[in-house]
Design a protein around this ligand. Structure first.
Ligand code: HEM
Length: 114
């Protein structure tokens, strides 16, 4: 399940950057499709994450839950950035949060929960 989770968030991050590129390029139709696939992957990340949270964690429960909440926040931030960015609205505040949340999630995922 850990491999499924890692694969899911990896693909999610790539699709997020593809979507950003499509916004910049002004390609609306492909953007819609990528965003739909991306939302499917949000669910996969969430599903595998919740499964890990429920099944694998007998200890470090608090840390795992914090990690899960940060992961969830990342999903919201990506969605905010893409929907607002697509409408030409400012996204800077969300970008700052995204960078911090990504650092935290990798810290929790690999260092704390390693
Ligand atoms: C885009 C969002 C997310 C990213 C980038 C992310 C990233 C990671 C990383 C790097 C790890 C460590 C993998 C390893 O040890 O090989 C991990 C593990 C984990 N993730 Fe996520 N995650 C995300 C979303 C979520 C969500 C939404 C949840 C829960 C609702 C979640 C729950 C977990 C749990 C419980 C583990 C611990 C697995 C273990 O070490 O045994 N993650 N995640």
């Amino acid at each position: 399940m850990i491999h499924a989770h890692v694969s899911a968030w990896f693909v999610t991050l790539i699709l997020f950057f593809v979507a950003l590129f499509l916004i910049r390029a002004g390609k609306k139709k492909p953007l819609k499709i990528v965003q739909m696939v991306l939302r499917l992957f949000y669910l996969l990340v969430l599903g595998t994450g919740l499964h890990l949270l429920a099944a694998a964690y007998q200890f470090k429960v608090l840390e795992a839950n914090i990690k899960g909440l940060i992961g969830l926040w990342i999903i919201f931030l990506m969605e905010f950035i893409l929907t607002r960015g697509g409408k030409g609205k400012p996204t800077k505040v969300f970008w700052i949060q995204l960078v911090i949340a990504l650092i935290l999630v990798f810290y929790f995922g690999y260092v704390v929960l390693g």
